[in-house]
Design a protein around this ligand. Structure first.
Ligand code: CUA
Length: 321
C-alpha cells in the first residue's frame, strides 16, 4: 500500500490558505537569504586583503541611514507575515461551542469516528464533498495527531481535552490520513482514509451504515458468530445486530463494547488493521491467525485459533457488509 505524503496538493480552504502562507513565507525568506548571503559573499570578495595591505582598514562606528533601513525593513516583513498568518488563522479556527459533524477518537493504534446519526466506524470515514465538516478530536489513551495533509491542519488529540478543526474536500476522492504524533509501538501503522463522496453517495453510505449487521445464516457463519462470543472477541468489539441469544450465552446482553474497532460493517471497508492490510479473505485470515505478527505490540492478542476456527470467523465477518 502506498502512503505518500502530499502536503502540496491542498483540497480544502484551510489547506489552500496554509499552502498560500507557506509559499509567501518561502519567497520572503528566499529573497532575504539571497540579499544577506549575496551581500556577504560580495563584501568578502570585494574587500579582501590585497598584497601590501598591512594597515587595518578605516574603522567606522554607526551609520544612521543603514541602521534605520535594517531596522525598518525587517519590522515591515514581520508585520506582513503576521497579518497574513492572522488571516490564515481566521480560516483555520472553527467557532467554539458548535456541535460537531463527526467525533473522531484516536486509540492505540487506530481511529474511530462517531456520527451524530449513530454511525460508529473505524479506519475509513466518509464526508460529503464540498461541505465544511466540524470535527471534534478526542483521545482514548495517549497523545495522537490527526492529519490528512490534503484536507485539514494537523491537530493533536489530547486525553480529556477535545479539539475542534474543520475538514472539507473540494473534490470527490479518497484522501490518506496519518497519526502525526509518536504514540507507541504501532504509531507508524495508524492510518485512516477520508472518502469524499457526492451528496447522493454519502446519503447511501449513511443509510447502509445505519443498518444493523445481517444475521448469520449458513452453518459456517453461525459457527463463526458463536466463536465471536465464545472466544471473547465480544469483550472488545461491537457488532450492532449481533444475535442476542449468542451474546447472552457468553454472558453479555449485546455486542456493544467500544474498546476495539466496531465491526458492524467490517466487510464494507477497503482496509483492515488501521489501513495496514487490504481487506480481503486472505488478509483477514492472516490477521486472525496471528495479529501480533502483522502489528507487533497491538492490543489484539493471538488467540491461537485453529485454522478451521479462523475460517468460520472469516465466513461470518464476510457477511458484515
Ligand atoms: Cu497515534 Cu501516533
Amino acid at each position: 500500500m502506498s502512503h505518500i505524503l502530499t502536503a502540496f496538493n491542498p483540497h480544502s480552504p484551510v489547506t489552500q490558505a496554509m499552502e498560500g502562507l507557506f509559499i509567501v513565507t518561502l519567497w520572503v525568506c528566499a529573497f532575504l537569504f539571497v540579499v544577506v548571503a549575496g551581500g556577504t559573499a560580495y563584501c568578502i570578495f570585494k574587500f579582501r586583503a590585497k598584497p601590501g595591505d598591512d594597515v587595518p582598514p578605516k574603522q567606522i562606528m554607526g551609520y544612521e541611514p543603514i541602521e534605520i533601513i535594517w531596522t525598518v525593513v525587517p519590522a515591515l516583513i514581520v508585520v506582513l507575515l503576521l497579518v497574513l498568518t492572522y488571516r490564515v488563522m481566521g480560516v483555520e479556527y472553527p467557532p467554539t461551542n458548535q456541535q460537531p459533524d463527526i467525533t473522531i477518537t484516536g486509540h492505540q493504534w487506530w481511529w474511530e469516528a462517531q456520527y451524530p446519526s449513530g454511525i460508529i466506524t473505524a479506519g475509513e470515514f466518509h464526508i460529503p464533498v464540498g461541505k465544511r465538516m466540524l470535527l471534534r478530536l478526542k483521545s482514548a489513551d495517549v497523545l495522537h495527531a490527526f492529519w490528512v495533509p490534503e484536507l485539514a491542519r494537523m491537530m493533536n488529540t489530547v486525553p480529556g481535552e477535545p479539539k475542534d478543526i474543520w475538514l472539507e474536500a473540494d473534490k470527490p476522492g479518497v484522501y490518506q490520513g496519518y497519526c502525526g504524533e509518536f504514540c507507541g509501538d504501532q504509531h507508524a501503522h495508524m492510518f485512516f482514509k477520508i472518502y469524499a463522496d457526492s451528496p447522493a453517495d454519502f446519503a447511501k453510505w449513511q443509510q447502509q451504515q445505519l443498518k444493523p449487521a445481517p444475521q448469520p445464516t449458513t452453518p459456517e457463519e453461525i459457527k463463526g458468530a458463536q466463536l465471536f462470543s465464545d472466544m471473547t472477541c465480544i469483550t472488545c468489539h461491537a457488532i450492532k445486530g449481533f444475535p442476542t441469544a449468542m451474546a447472552l450465552k457468553a454472558g453479555f446482553s449485546d455486542a456493544s463494547a467500544e474498546v476495539a474497532p466496531n465491526l458492524t460493517h467490517l466487510a464494507s471497508r477497503h482496509t483492515l488493521a488501521s489501513g495496514v492490510l487490504t481487506n480481503n479473505r486472505a488478509n483477514l485470515t492472516r490477521w486472525l491467525t496471528d495479529p501480533q505478527k502483522i502489528k507487533p505490540g497491538c492490543y489484539m492478542p493471538d488467540f491461537k485459533l485453529k485454522p478451521e476456527q479462523v475460517k468460520e470467523l472469516v465466513d461470518y465477518f464476510e457477511t458484515l457488509k
